[in-house]
Design a protein. Structure first.
Length: 90
């Protein structure tokens, strides 16, 4: 990388402002990536991805890969509420 030569403080200030904005953009991209990664780590998504990967090896894989996420979306909240009711009852 070449050493930059500046002829005024205004050029230096402008370059620093550009670098500051680029840094903020990179930081926001990182935050967005982490957020999307956290959202993808749900039980439903993990099982769906796993089933989708092996759907060709499973008999009726297409039907199973479609049904499993639907069942999990209904079953997981039900099981969570059932478990929380059991804990409160004891």
């Amino acid at each position: 990388m070449e050493t930059k030569k500046y002829s005024s403080y205004a050029q230096i200030e402008r370059e620093l402002e550009i670098l500051k904005i680029e840094k903020e953009i990179s930081y926001q991209k990182l935050i967005y990536g982490v957020k999307k990664t956290k959202e993808s780590f749900t039980p439903q998504n993990i099982v769906s991805d796993l089933i989708g990967t092996y759907s060709s090896a499973i008999p009726y894989g297409t039907i199973v890969s479609t049904a499993i996420p639907f069942i999990l979306n209904k079953a997981v909240p039900f099981v969570k509420s059932w478990l929380s009711k059991r804990k409160r009852g004891n």
